[in-house]
Design a protein around this ligand. Sequence first.
Ligand SMILES: [Zn+2]
Length: 355
Amino acid sequence: MIGQRLFRARKAAGLSLRELGAQIGLTHAAIKKYEDGLSAPTSTTLLKLSRALNVRTEYFFRGETVALDCIEYRKRSSLPKKRLDAIEHEVIDQIERRIELENLFPKPPVVPFTPVQKLPTQITDLNQIESVVEVVRQAWDLGYDPIPDLIDVLETHGIRVFMIDANTDPKFDGLAATVNQMPIIVVGSNWPGDRQRFTLAHELGHLMLAGRLADGIDEEMASNRFAGAFLIPRKSVEQELGTHRSYIEPKELSLLKEEFGLSMAGILYRARDLSIVTPAWRDEQARLFRLKGWHLTEPGKRYPAEKAHVFEQMVFHALAEDYIGESKAAELMKISLTAFQTVRALEGSDAATHQ
Ligand SMILES: [Zn+2]
């Protein structure tokens, strides 16, 4: 068991056998033997391994519970295989801790995901996605209002959301997958809120549209359309902008962004997709955005980042009800006992969270 876990932690750290060996003063062959289960590390070596790999020693003894299926990386651009492996392993580690924690509750703390009923079985035209979104919003009691806390909405409906630090990966936006038949969505923690929200809604699109798209409908485009519509449904766009416009002030876009948490560029797409403005006008605006550098950073206040607080809340819930003790809580949160006690006492910053 240690072998597999060691392999996974090493991949997550992005280290070769040789690099890991060098860090703890062993040969690559010795590490390989541990991974293949041909020999077992002593407790001193295990401690060195856990330090080098930034995991707690308990990690090596955890049972295998998780495999990712149907992974969908946003194909905006390609990440090197090594980084994809590391991301996947980081995600699996978070999911394992989440599942372990959930299993410590006497009653499941999360509602199971149930597919939304009455979705069209086949989508032959991107415009149909507007009504898909209406069905989902109705099933989830969302009306036409802005969604201030998107992660909360997803979690409430049984879609577990995980965040990974993708600061070093400008190319990683997010992914949707299923784990033991449960849908999960992963998003980078460092992006501005509007980008995270688009990614979350895009990945939700993949989950909702899977198996429904007719041949010739591009799944990425369909998921993008879903994302825009989910964040600001047709009715709201028309209410805010009207049904036909010859020009839209940038300040209007900026105010709408603040309200609905979709980027100004995203709102321009919405206006075009709903035939409020012409495609030519949208293209011209996109050109102006590029000239002003707004395609990289939009003007005005940065939309606040989404927060994944469910895991941490669950840890403290479990602690409060004595389902777990402090040391288990620290282990689940991947921090030292001392650091955990500081967090528990509401001292210091909240930088210790790993979710
Ligand atoms: Zn996608």
